[in-house]
Design a protein around this ligand. Structure first.
Ligand code: SAM
Length: 294
């Protein structure tokens, strides 16, 4: 991914995020998922010159792209997985912060970059890592994982009803020739999953692999577990999720009696006007909670 690009990602639920999380002048906030820097910038403008925003992203290219959007504001950009949030704060001598926010998943900029291999619409290397500096690629996974292991991934993270059949077909094919590209995998999936409506049959398998490659649910569980220690009393936490596996986790975490008071009883969703402008917002769900005394 080249770094001279300007982010095209459009932040979801911007007004709702600001009004429910309510960052105030002089506060310290963490944006766990800088992406194109849209939310980070809004937080930084609110906390002002006497406040501080620490912005994390596991993708160094997104941080470079966001840098110009937050230029001149009190923002520190850090290349880290958000499951390392405690370590990032400790290294800066910070015990706790006024607010933590995460807008999960991937940005439009990452999805449209063929070399990432996130999209089945474009042919590219079968990679899918959001942090390209570390870990196994999707190709490593489909070429080495057991058939049962692959079927579990497709079922658990993609709710793909034909998970076993897809896994069987993949294992048979890789014995002839290992998988290297997204088109290669998408075609094998399409050969054994029937199309339903306008949804590409490869959609669920690609989502499942991306979640597994990036250990997305493991990272989210670790972040949610550390939030009560990291957010000060009266502080706020907000999570925007894009599928039920994530939303369920945020809902459970913010229900912990004696730790959090939910600010949103039901998740906040985008208005028709926003989804018309930004189709990505269609599946976004925002949950916010306030840290209370235990
Ligand atoms: C939906 S985008 C964020 C968009 C951003 N809020 C904006 O307004 O432009 C999600 C970003 O989070 C990053 N990300 C996803 N999981 C992460 C994790 N576990 N740790 C750190 N960054 C992560 C991705 O690399 C991506 O850049």
């Amino acid at each position: 991914m080249s770094t001279d690009r300007v982010p095209v990602h459009v932040s979801v639920l911007p007004a709702e995020t600001l009004s429910l999380l309510d960052p105030k002048a002089g506060e310290t906030w963490v944006d766990c998922t800088v992406g194109g820097g849209g939310h980070t910038r809004m937080f930084a403008e609110r906390v002002g010159p006497n406040g501080r925003v620490i912005g994390l992203d596991q993708d160094p290219t997104m941080l470079e792209m966001a840098r110009q959007r937050v230029a001149g504001l009190t923002v520190e950009l850090v290349h880290a997985n958000f499951d390392q949030l405690s370590e990032v704060l400790t290294a800066r001598g910070i015990d706790s912060v006024d607010g933590v926010f995460a807008d999960l998943g991937f940005s439009s900029d990452q999805m449209s970059e063929k070399a990432r291999g996130l999209s089945f619409r474009d042919d590219g290397p079968l990679d899918m890592r959001l942090d390209p500096t570390t870990g196994e690629t999707a190709a490593d996974m489909v070429n080495t994982m057991s058939e049962a292991g692959l079927a579990d991934v497709f079922w658990e993270f993609g709710e793909e009803r034909r998970s076993r059949r897809v896994a069987q077909r993949i294992v048979a094919r890789r014995e002839e020739k290992p998988f290297a590209t997204t088109a290669d995998l998408a075609n094998v999936v399409r050969s054994c999953v029937p199309r339903s409506g306008s949804i590409d049959p490869a959609t669920r398998v690609f989502q499942a692999l991306r979640i597994a490659v990036n250990d997305e649910l493991g990272s989210l569980d670790r972040l949610l577990a550390m939030l009560p220690r990291v957010v000060k009393l009266g502080g706020r936490a907000g999570i925007i999720s894009f599928h039920s596996l994530e939303d369920r986790r945020a809902k459970q975490a913010f229900r912990a009696v004696g730790l959090w008071q939910p600010v949103t009883k039901k998740p906040v969703e985008a208005s028709d006007e926003e989804t018309a402008r930004n189709p990505r917002a269609r599946s976004a769900k925002l949950r916010v909670a306030r840290r209370i005394a235990n």
